[in-house]
Design a protein around this ligand. Structure first.
Ligand code: ADP
Ligand code: MG
Length: 700
């Protein structure tokens, strides 16, 4: 499969840009959310979240305090901090004949400032001017520009999301440089549709967003952004339809065995399956017995017992002498699945192995060898499962847990590790039917609606944060009774670093009070450290586990019966529901304390009261849809849609149906994408990394 060469500049590594070396590459990888090396395209898809309007050019007398202005001033005098007071600002006095301006710098080098703002010179300075002791002052101007170079100052300056260690200016420069490499591409959209919608070309849209002429140009609702969102939707819909057509064409195999492993598994379970578990297993086995390929969604609330259903499905294909794979979104979850599965597998004679990013060297090679020889029946892991060198002897079933974290792309990659692989997708977030169609295409669905027997309801209460002392006292009493407690730390600003700081501070404070019983687990810890912390907690060696939201999905310690969630108002409804699902799993009566900072807004109030009222995930999903829009139902926060980089459901949702119709029409007319527009659409698929679908066109 060869990518059209015209796209190569966009897929070149950003290290080709001046000033971007291996060290910055790592920071960019983090900024752009890339696992591998970031490419020009990733940079160009890093869209601004705001803009600074530098068009105001008042004379000093007319400056409105606390606004962003660009003023032309003459530099009159420098006043470095007095000796012995290095912390005092370095002041530079300037004027323009109508008034005076003091430019202030903290911790700046004298020689640098003397070069930047020499006495007697005229300079444009741009930044926020405010009144300080009645004098107009600008602290650290954003820009200082020589008089003759005014045109180098962007009138509207885009503001980008940053990451620690990468500041605004280098990011802007890198994006500018990437824009310069943007090739001219053929148009893949219908010309009359573009005209009707007021959309410009793909390249124009990117230029418009990165070099806005008006602040409104960078809004998600702008024609430029909408065009890109439409492109993304169209690529997604085309890919889904191609996959579906392919699945229908490539017939499956009958893969269910005689039931002997399943019988042994069920006998080894310490509990009886619920009615809906039994039904789900029957649905799946019926699919496996049919010659068509299975594409089924298993929806069930947190704790509804999906893992055992998946294991029974795997057992069915293993009975037929084939292999199964179970893929989880995180290392932690993969290990947890393994812990649940291993004893049952042992009891029934299923050979299980694990493969994540952590298995390396001999161990990994050995696992891969056994897998290729068919000596492993079930491979549990993370996305490490579809690395190139992973080869199955005969993969018949791929189970993908927490699907919305993976793209169609990844699901396909796993399904291609075998011949006509059946696919079972598990999700803990009930998804309304309309969304199922959008994200997963035409899938069958099984739902686990009953909770396993013996599950205790969780007593959920809301408490204002200023009563923290009472909460800590109650936690102390519970620890005295030997109970185990999760303490979930606040989302600070959705940046890992600051969230982590909050968790560390809380763990520290709680350790002061409760000593050794307290432990901490967070996303920055190494996988093995995380496992150890979880294991200590599961074994009761620690009793109070302070955690960032890494415990969100799937973690299972039945003895944990209390959860404290700090700043619950900052979490989404689905996320709170997921978190709370970690307790109420054992015999003890469980309590969830939602600590909130008063006063609560209307939506936050509604969210918390829904949680107090119900534990029914399907009901919570509906309320969530009503309160916050589709994006959040799937557990993503405010920003994008799962699997989409640029599209925002609030701004672009209405385009989705049009893209679906367009894709359907196009494929009906040109199923192989061979026409002129078809060829251009292939490029679109590459741009949005749906090129697995292009391969299906060939393989089909
Ligand atoms: P989830 O649907 O969240 O993935 P799990 O599969 O992790 O749920 O199951 C949660 C817990 O419930 C596990 O400890 C599992 O052993 C237990 N469990 C599963 N099915 C039943 C059942 N029918 N009766 C009692 N406990 C069950
Ligand atoms: Mg699970």
């Amino acid at each position: 499969m060869v990518r059209p060469t015209v796209l190569n500049p966009l897929f070149a590594s950003i290290t080709a840009l001046p000033g971007v070396g291996p060290k910055l590459e790592k920071l960019y990888a983090r900024l752009l959310g890339r696992e591998g090396a970031p490419r020009m395209l990733d940079l160009l898809f890093h869209l601004p979240t705001g803009a600074i309007d530098r068009r105001a050019r008042p004379v000093l007398r007319e400056v409105v305090p606390d606004s962003v202005v660009t003023v032309l001033v003459t530099i009159e005098r420098h006043r470095p901090p007095p000796p012995g007071r290095a912390r005092a600002p370095y002041l530079i006095y300037a004027s323009d004949g109508t008034g005076d301006l003091v430019i202030a710098y903290f911790n700046a080098r004298k020689d640098y400032l003397e070069r930047l703002l020499p006495i007697g010179a005229r300079r444009y300075v741009s930044g926020t001017a405010g009144l300080y002791d009645g004098v107009l002052q600008m602290v650290h101007p954003d820009r200082v520009i020589e008089e003759a170079q005014l045109e180098s100052l962007p009138a509207i300056e885009p503001v980008y999301p940053l990451t620690e260690g990468l500041s605004a200016n280098p990011i802007r420069r890198a994006i500018e440089a990437a824009l310069a490499k943007l090739p001219a591409l053929p148009e893949w959209q219908d010309a009359s549709f573009l005209a009707r919608s007021g959309f410009v070309s793909f390249g124009e849209a990117l230029r418009c967003l990165h070099r806005p002429a008006e602040p409104a140009d960078i809004l998600p609702s702008s024609p430029a952004w909408s065009r890109l969102a439409y492109d993304e939707f169209l690529a997604g819909q085309l890919a889904l339809m191609l996959v579906r057509a392919h699945m229908r064409r490539a017939s499956g195999r009958r893969s269910a065995g005689d039931g002997r492993l399943r019988a042994r598994l069920i006998a080894a379970l310490p509990y009886a399956l619920t009615g809906s578990q039994t039904r789900a297993v029957a649905d799946i086995v019926a699919d496996l017995e049919r010659p068509e390929r299975m594409l089924r969604l298993l929806q069930g609330d947190v704790g509804s017992g999906k893992t055992v259903v998946a294991l029974l499905a795997c057992a069915a294909v293993i009975e037929a002498g084939r292999q199964a794979a179970l893929m989880a979104p995180t290392e932690l979850l993969a290990r947890q699945h393994l812990t649940t599965i291993a004893p049952l597998a042992e009891a029934s004679g299923i050979r299980v192995a694990v493969l994540t990013g952590r298995e390396r060297g001999r161990e990994r090679t050995d696992t891969l060898d056994r897998l290729a020889r068919g000596e492993i029946d079930l491979l549990v892991g993370t996305h490490a499962l579809f690395q190139r060198d992973v080869a199955f002897h005969d993969l018949a079933l791929a189970v993908v847990d927490e699907q919305h974290r993976f793209g169609v792309h990844q699901r396909l990659a796993l399904a291609q590790k075998g011949r006509a692989v059946d696919v079972l997708v598990m999700t803990a977030t009930p998804i309304p039917r309309t969304l199922v169609l959008t994200y997963f295409g035409d899938m069958d669905s099984s739902e686990l609606r009953e909770k396993p027997a013996g599950r205790q309801p969780v007593d959920t209460r809301t408490i204002a944060l200023h009563r923290l002392d009472e909460v800590i006292a109650a936690v102390g009493r519970a620890l005295g009774e030997g109970r185990r407690i999760y303490w979930v730390c606040p989302l600070v600003d959705e940046s890992e670093t600051t969230d982590l700081a909050a968790a560390q501070a809380r763990a520290h404070a709680l350790t002061e009070v409760f000593g050794e019983a307290v432990d901490l687990v967070h996303g920055r810890m190494r996988g093995s450290e995380k496992d150890l912390a979880m294991a200590r907690f599961a074994a009761g060696k620690t009793q109070l586990l302070v955690a960032t939201t890494v415990i969100e999905v799937g973690v299972d310690v039945p003895e944990a019966s209390i959860m404290v969630i700090e700043h619950a108002e900052r979490f989404g409804l689905a996320q709170l529901h997921q978190l709370r699902g970690r307790i109420g799993r054992g015999a003890a009566r469980s309590t969830c304390l939602l600590l909130y900072k008063a006063p609560l807004g209307e939506t936050a109030k509604a969210r918390l009261s829904i949680l107090r009222e119900t534990e029914d995930g399907f009901r919570i999903a509906e309320e969530d849809l009503r309160l916050r829009g589709e994006g959040d139902v799937l557990g993503t926060r405010q920003s994008g849609l799962p699997g989409f980089r640029l599209a925002r459901i609030e701004a672009h949702g209405a385009l989705l149906q049009a893209a679906r119709d367009d894709a359907g029409l196009m494929l009906a007319r040109d199923p192989e994408l061979k026409s002129e527009r078809g060829e251009a659409l292939r490029m679109l698929l590459y741009l949005f990394e749906r090129d697995e679908a292009v391969r299906l066109l060939r393989a089909g």
